[in-house]
Design a protein. Structure first.
Ligand code: ADP
Length: 483
């Protein structure tokens, strides 16, 4: 008999969220707490590690309060990936602020490691990019007085956000991570399923400071004070894949947030990936690893924010839908929102945004439409690079609330797009995983599905994507090599 509810902690980049679920996946409480972003230099992004923990606890308290203070049967943690924290094992104090996944400060160091690019890709499935954790850890060890020597003596702990949360919640009892988070560090060998001494040497990260790698559903200890049983950990994109129920090889989800991330379940063997597409751990259950292919679009909902905040053509992001629907096409313009370069499959940091084909007749409605077309076209390019046939695409994230975007995506895909009633697929994935970790469910077939009826958007018959694709293909090369 299970007593109590299930708490999903979703530690994101700009806010921490918490949802309380009943045994069947119904949401009975939710909380959210934003925290400060630090930008100490151009291209640098940091978080105060204490803020990560405090905001997460505040969100959890709000969610549990809304649920009526139930007993918590199990906690599942999902988190922003690649971000690193280094702290002192003796007193739990961070030696530096967290360096966030978006931070580009290690680009120069990685340039010097270019000769190892092939090996890194072969071992980890990742590319040599500042996005990943290893070089960020080394940066802290090099810049903080005495840190490297102390890390080598095993006095410091270095980990991704999940490890930091686990350590903080358990009062230093547990220093662990799960295989999905480990697979984003550039230090984890997809073949052996553990840290690689070879990669630790290349990136100059002492293995002595790294956490133990566990399965995604496992005993991660008990939270001090609250007594919460911590039973699942997985990275946010993997959690969304699991939350959508994408458990069969070929199942794909795309999350449309600030950026867009697509993951395709690749089954039990490591996938061969095309250039610009990553291989990663989808989850580990017991000793069995499920893999995924992953692609990233750097600017997705952020392009809509730009229309709102920089151009002021809408007051709210969701107004772009009605505005874009007020015209039947983009009036021949193409908007490439390559504000931060291009991601999958191009990985071109020198690309910059452009709006092409402007005439005296161009209106803000055309621009809004071109923006939504661009979001769909970027995701389409990413899915094409990832290969494979898709019978449907599962979607979530803030911009997935936009019906026109989903119609455009379905038209490009030539298959339905499925949006769950509960858009928080990420938190739902952590909840589902915690049911396995707490042994409430013994296998995947027993897990509850996302609650409510999903919205299924079939490809509209009146949208001609041939012309869209052609114009996009013409515009894209014009944005490259700019910066
Ligand atoms: P994140 O988790 O990355 O912060 P969210 O999943 O909360 O992002 O989604 C927020 C993003 O989605 C913002 O960039 C916002 O501009 C965009 N967005 C939200 N609602 C809509 C909408 N109806 N149409 C288009 N974009 C939207």
């Amino acid at each position: 008999m299970i007593v109590g509810m299930f708490l999903a902690l979703d530690q994101g980049t700009t806010s921490s969220r918490a949802l309380v679920f009943d045994r069947d996946g119904g949401v009975v409480g939710r909380g959210q707490c934003e925290f400060e972003q630090h930008f100490p230099a151009p291209g640098w992004v940091e978080h105060e590690p204490g803020d990560i923990v405090e905001s997460q606890l505040a969100a959890a308290r709000a969610a549990i309060g809304m649920a009526g203070q139930p007993a918590i049967a199990a906690v599942g943690i999902t988190n922003q990936r690649e971000t690193v924290v280094v702290w002192d094992r003796a007193n739990g104090r961070p030696v530096h602020r967290a360096i966030v996944w978006q931070d580009r400060r290690t680009a120069g160091v990685l340039g010097g490691l270019a000769e190892h690019g092939e090996l890194v890709r072969a071992r980890t499935g990742l590319s040599l990019d500042p996005y990943f954790s290893a070089a960020k850890i080394a940066w802290i060890l090099d810049r903080v007085d005495g840190a490297r020597a102390r890390a080598e003596r095993g006095e410091l702990a270095a980990g991704t956000v999940d490890s930091w949360l686990l350590w903080s919640l358990t009062g230093g009892e547990v220093f662990a991570t799960d295989a999905t988070n480990a697979s984003r560090t550039c230090l984890f060998d997809l073949g052996s399923g553990d840290w690689s001494d070879e990669l630790c040497a290349i990136f100059r990260v002492p293995r002595a400071c790294l956490p133990e790698v566990r399965a995604s559903a496992a005993d991660f200890g008990t939270a001090v004070g609250s007594g919460w049983p911590l039973r699942a950990v997985l990275g946010d994109q993997q959690s969304a894949l699991f939350g959508h129920g994408c458990i069969a090889a070929g199942d794909t989800k795309c999350t449309y947030g600030t950026g867009a991330f697509a993951l395709t379940n690749a089954g039990g063997t490591r996938p061969e990936t095309a250039p610009g597409v990553l291989a990663t751990v989808a989850w580990r259950l017991g000793d069995a690893t499920t893999f995924a292919q992953e692609g990233s679009v750097l600017v997705c909902g952020a392009a809509i924010q730009w229309l709102r905040d920089q151009l002021g053509i809408v007051q709210r992001a969701d107004e772009t839908e009605a505005l874009a629907r007020s015209v039947s096409d983009s009036g021949g313009i193409v908007f490439v929102p390559a504000f931060a370069g291009l991601g999958t499959p191009h990985w071109d940091p020198s690309a910059r945004g452009a709006i092409l084909g402007l005439t005296r007749g161009t209106t803000k409605a055309h621009l809004a439409r071109a923006a939504l077309e661009a979001l769909a076209l970027q995701v389409d390019d990413m899915l094409t690079a990832m290969g494979g046939e898709r019978a449907e695409l599962h979607v979530d994230g803030g911009a997935a609330g936009n019906g026109l975007l989903l119609e455009l995506q379905a038209a490009l895909l030539g298959a339905p797009v499925v949006r769950p009633a509960l858009l928080e697929a990420t938190a739902f994935g952590a909840f589902r995983m915690s049911l396995l970790g707490a042994e409430v469910c013994r296998d995947l077939a027993e897990l509850p599905a996302l609650p409510g009826d999903p919205t299924v958007v079939p490809p509209p018959s009146d949208l001609d994507v041939t012309e869209l694709r052609e114009r996009w293909a013409k515009a894209l090369p014009r944005t490259r090599g700019w910066a």
